[in-house]
Write a protein that binds this ligand. Structure first.
Ligand SMILES: NC(=O)C1=CN([C@@H]2O[C@H](COP(=O)(O)OP(=O)(O)OC[C@H]3O[C@@H](n4cnc5c(N)ncnc54)[C@H](OP(=O)(O)O)[C@@H]3O)[C@@H](O)[C@H]2O)C=CC1
Ligand SMILES: O=C(CO)COP(=O)(O)O
Length: 310
């Protein structure tokens, strides 16, 4: 039995995908209307999925947290007593702006006796909900998760295990920042060559930042890092990419849409400055997301950097 907390796009997609092999309860603060989540229109939640807005009645031994990073700390803080002691699977891809914590760090603080894992990697909610083949990373720092790997895998949802929780989470958080930069490049009309350069140099930044935080470089080159970067930085299905595109084109973007990379860029830029880690692309995205620079200024700033070895 699996509980999923958060009836947005990803929580709903996982509920649909896992309901073929598991009893699934989907908790959300807004119940689906006509069997559909307002965050994933066009996907009908099967009748076997129990949908509820009563949190206490929703909890089973294994709980998937499908909430955005910036609300996760408040949520687990408020419900820590009910969630602690269970297996908690994070799906958020970001860094908490207030504390600088990873999603699993936020959960560990509120639930010290929980077994905590993170599910991450290249996967648009709509692909998972439609049963299209997907490969993801399931990471946990120091506990056996083979049982969980099997419980959350399906014939079309293939989970790889990793003990590099830090690397898996940082890859997922940082790729959103680079995806915004890639969207800016196309939105501003800089061309696909510029986007390829940003993706490549962005990947170098991701690896630099993550390894300085104890991650293994090969994790960054895996599904949770490079794999998700390739998906997110090249697809108009990505909200981070579309947000960047709007920024680059000088167009408005709906503030109700979840864009993890905007606040994460600010967190990354602040942490990197404090630790002396060069992150020029994340710095530029952070400035643009706060309206503190123009696209033209940011591009000039990146191009003016001293020439160096690759
Ligand atoms: N969508 C995707 O393709 C994928 C997303 N992810 C990651 O999963 C995480 C969740 O994303 P996603 O599902 O897409 O986001 P959505 O914006 O689609 O959904 C967010 C959900 O969180 C709920 N929510 C927001 N604030 C609160 C709160 N304070 N208390 C309770 N519920 C709250 C929203 O409710 P309401 O609708 O009422 O605001 C909504 O149900 C993100 O970190 C994302 O990066 C990972 C892989 C793929
Ligand atoms: O993380 C995702 C795909 O793996 C979803 O990306 P967006 O949040 O940019 O839509």
């Amino acid at each position: 039995m699996i509980s999923i907390l958060g009836g947005g796009a990803f929580g709903t997609a996982l509920a649909v995908a896992l309901s073929g092999s598991q009893k699934v309860t989907l908790w959300s603060r807004r119940l689906p209307v006509g069997g559909q989540s307002p965050r994933l229109p066009g996907v009908t939640i099967p009748a076997e999925v129990r949908c509820t807005d009563n949190l206490d009645s929703a909890l089973s031994e294994t709980v998937i947290l499908a909430l955005p990073t910036q609300v996760l700390g408040g949520f687990v803080g408020a419900h820590g007593a009910s969630l602690d002691g269970r297996t908690l699977v994070n799906t958020a891809k970001g860094i908490d702006l207030e504390s600088g914590e990873s999603p699993s760090g936020l959960i560990a603080r509120a639930c010290p006796d929980a077994r905590i894992a993170t599910l991450t990697g290249p996967s648009f909610a709509v692909d998972i909900a439609r049963g299209q083949p997907t490969a993801l990373t399931l990471a946990c720092a120091d506990e056996d998760i083979e049982d969980l790997q099997h419980a959350l895998s399906t014939p079309v949802l293939r989970l790889y295990r990793s003990d590099d929780l830090r690397g898996a989470e940082l890859g997922g958080a940082l790729k959103n920042v680079v995806a915004i930069a890639a969207g800016i490049a196309i939105g501003a009309g800089l061309g696909e060559s510029a986007r390829a350069a940003l993706i490549t140099r962005g990947f170098a930044e991701m690896t630099r930042f993550a390894t300085r935080h104890g991650a293994r470089p090969e994790t960054l080159a895996g599904l949770s890092g490079l794999g998700d970067l390739v998906l997110t930085a090249t697809s108009t299905l990505s909200r981070n990419y579309r947000y960047g595109h709007a920024l680059g084109a000088g167009k408005a973007f709906d503030a109700a849409i979840t864009v993890e990379g905007a606040k994460t860029a600010q967190a990354v830029s602040r942490i990197a400055a404090a630790r002396g880690i060069a992150m020029p692309i994340a710095d530029a995205v952070a400035e643009l997301a706060q309206g503190r620079a123009s696209v033209a200024e940011s591009i000039l700033e990146l191009l003016r950097r001293p020439l160096k070895e690759e």
